[in-house]
Design a protein around this ligand. Structure first.
Ligand SMILES: Nc1ncnc2c1ncn2[C@@H]1O[C@H](COP(=O)(O)OP(=O)(O)O)[C@@H](O)[C@H]1O
Ligand SMILES: CC(=O)N[C@@H](CCC(=O)OP(=O)(O)O)C(=O)O
Length: 292
């Protein structure tokens, strides 16, 4: 395809998304490969130059795991959420805010954009409350869980984001919330991204990970489920097909759809130009989750 054709084919999408707020959740697994991470950020800066308003919420699970292991700790998860004791909370903050966030802002700058690093406390963006202890069902069994310093959203004030977007910045948000007493809480990045997208009334939420989308069989790439509705998702969680880190992705997609956002997609961030292909071409990639 020649370059002229490429741009004119993209015209309907450029019109649709001009000025649109798009929340992009960049998962830790999508950033393991530095070349993939660089490509994702370059695409996002390109979107900004095209007139869209991307907001990044990042994860960093694999980097937190690596640092925990280095410090002699063993990561532990329940339903895709990291059990977070005092020491783990310090590690999570150091890795997410100190390293991953700063590295992403630096990459944006390298590609000619203006990134601004934020976490929950900045501009009172995300007020959180501690999650649990609670009784939940895991793989058909009822279990009592105490997640430690894991949080969930109590309230979002998106003012700081609107201000930054108006000034041309690309906000880069670490999923660390603070409770009413100023205590830091570890929030799953997909959960934070969904709540932030809902509060911004974003046009779209993209969640970038290291698999092609939701697979019927996680070991078989060909089993991609390209369209699911909310009922399908609950059913697949119950059957254990959707497990681990995919659970918070799907639950946050449901929050976003219930808030009236039309498009939620889980895509593979390791595919070259995944973000541009998803937003600017007829044929979307990955799994699209719809309300009904
Ligand atoms: N049905 C499923 N289809 C695809 N991936 C799944 C499924 N169920 C669980 N997963 C797991 O979810 C992972 C993605 O979530 P996560 O590890 O949290 O990634 P990220 O760091 O990108 O947020 C996949 O790598 C896969 O191991
Ligand atoms: C409570 C909880 O699980 N928090 C996550 C926050 C980072 C994250 O979500 O990173 P990914 O997007 O790479 O999974 C964690 O500690 O790993």
């Amino acid at each position: 395809m020649d370059i002229g054709e490429m741009f004119t084919d993209a015209l309907p999408w450029l019109k649709k998304y001009r000025d649109a707020i798009i929340v992009i959740k960049v998962g830790g697994h999508a950033m393991v490969d530095s070349e993939a991470r660089n490509g994702i950020i370059k695409d996002i800066v390109t979107l900004r130059y095209m007139g869209m308003k991307p907001v990044i919420v990042h994860g960093g699970g694999p980097e937190i795991d690596a640092m925990m292991k280095k410090l002699g700790k063993t990561p532990s998860f329940v339903s895709g959420l990291r059990v977070t004791d005092d020491e783990t909370m310090d590690i999570v903050r150091m890795v997410l805010v100190g390293k991953v966030n700063t590295d992403l802002v630096a990459l944006i700058s390298r590609h000619g954009g203006k990134g601004i690093g934020l976490k929950g406390i900045d501009g009172n963006l995300l007020l959180a409350k501690k999650k649990g202890p609670e009784r939940i069902t895991v793989e058909g069994k009822d279990v009592d869980v105490d997640y430690g310093w894991v949080g969930e959203t109590e309230k979002i004030d998106p003012d700081i984001l609107f201000t930054m977007l108006e000034k041309g910045f690309i906000p880069v948000i670490s999923p660390i919330g603070y409770d009413r007493d100023g205590r830091a809480l570890n929030i799953n990045a997909d959960t934070a991204a969904g709540d932030i997208a809902a509060s911004l009334k974003a046009v779209s939420l993209l969640s970038l990970t290291d698999v092609d989308g939701i697979l019927m069989d996680p070991n078989d790439k060909a089993s991609l489920l390209s369209h699911l509705n909310i009922m399908d998702c609950y059913d697949l969680i119950k059957k254990g097909v959707i497990s681990k880190g995919m659970i918070p992705k799907v639950l946050s997609s449901i929050t976003v759809l219930n808030a009236g956002i039309e498009s939620v997609r889980i895509i593979n961030g390791n595919v070259k130009h995944a973000v541009l292909l998803e937003l600017l071409t007829e044929k979307g990639i990955g799994t699209q989750i719809v309300k009904e």
